[in-house]
Design a protein. Structure first.
Length: 262
């Protein structure tokens, strides 16, 4: 890998992915602590939480007017109709949401979501005015066989090929190595540097504006490793799982991101 493009992202983001955690009671404590703890966010830094669908209205009620945005962890690839159990992008947007995670590895693995379906979901999100956070990442086995770049390129190109340049320029990309998620240890700074440079190159190949989209790192980001990860070139913030469930962990991670310039 010879080309190492530097970060040119237009903004930075720290997004919490609550996964299937929470209750009305515990969410209220967490959301209030986040809104109170993050009174002002510097320009060009966005903080958000992606909550389970039933708590979207609660997130809207407690975060509206705060510095923190909200979103969801998935959405339907359909607009509307006879799709039992599905939730459309328009419904999510109705609740003032800004973000929709698509293609998280837990959905690819446990719900057999393929690259085309993920691309369709990203497209639906954009059509509804949401920002899709498109997750890509290799498994431990793929990494072991040196397939990382091939896997990431395939996951990413399925999305980029479906979108116009204007649409693609409104996406947020998240690199989440499957083997680092929930493991307690993040990928190394060196690994992250290489992979993010590779992803930046892939984005630039689609167009200059696409080359400026934020690329987040996710996978065991904690208060004690966030600053080092966010300082890596081409890392424009983080997608945070476990540590987004406690304000005393999530807020310091957000703080670490405010200290790295856009
Ligand atoms: P952890 O931060 O718990 O490793 O989860 C990362 C993740 O999957 C965020 O989407």
């Amino acid at each position: 890998m010879s080309k190492m493009p530097e970060s040119t992202a237009s903004e930075k983001l720290v997004i919490g992915n609550w996964k299937m955690h929470g209750s009305l009671r515990s969410n209220e404590v967490l959301l209030r602590a986040l809104a109170n703890g993050m009174k002002a966010v510097p320009p060009r830094l966005k903080i958000g939480v992606c909550v389970p669908f039933p708590y979207l209205a609660q997130a809207q009620a407690l975060l509206a007017g705060s510095a923190i945005e909200w979103g969801v962890q998935d959405l339907s690839s359909h607009d509307e109709g006879a799709y039992t159990g599905e939730v459309s992008a328009a419904m999510v947007a109705d609740f003032g949401a800004r973000y929709a995670i698509v293609g998280h590895s837990e959905r690819r693995e446990y719900h057999r979501e393929g690259a085309i379906l993920v691309a369709e979901k990203a497209e639906r999100a954009l059509e509804a005015g949401l920002t899709p956070i498109v997750c890509v990442g290799e498994t431990a086995e793929e990494r072991e066989f040196a397939f990382t770049e091939r896997v990431l390129a395939a996951q990413l190109s399925a999305v980029l090929d479906r979108l116009s340049i204007e649409q693609a320029a409104s996406v947020v990309l998240a690199y989440e190595p499957v083997w680092a998620i929930g493991s307690g240890s993040s990928a190394s700074v060196e690994d992250v540097r290489h992979v993010h440079a590779f992803l930046r190159g892939q984005l630039l190949a689609k167009g200059a504006a696409v080359g400026r989209i934020p690329v987040l790192y996710g996978g065991s980001v904690k208060p004690d490793n966030a600053a080092a990860l966010f300082a890596v070139p081409n890392v424009d913030g983080g997608l945070i799982g476990g540590a987004s469930l406690a304000a005393d962990q999530f807020l310091p991670i957000c703080e670490a991101c405010t200290e790295t310039p856009v």
